[in-house]
Design a protein around this ligand. Structure first.
Ligand SMILES: [Zn+2]
Length: 56
């Protein structure tokens, strides 16, 4: 399910405030030292550090 247009532009990583980009069913942080992946559930980004997947 694609995110609403324009939504990505106002979202930022809650951990480092870097922009996010959509990839598959996740939002990836573009912060070079962060890189957390946040899940999107039913089209709603879950921007919680506790819910994020740590990069491998
Ligand atoms: Zn981040």
């Amino acid at each position: 399910m694609p995110l609403e247009a324009g939504l990505l532009e106002i979202l930022a990583c809650p951990a480092c405030h870097a922009p996010l980009r959509e990839q598959d069913e996740e939002l990836l942080c573009e912060g070079p030292e962060c890189g957390l992946a946040y899940p999107v559930r039913d089209g709603i980004p879950v921007l919680l550090v506790d819910e994020a997947r740590r990069p491998a």
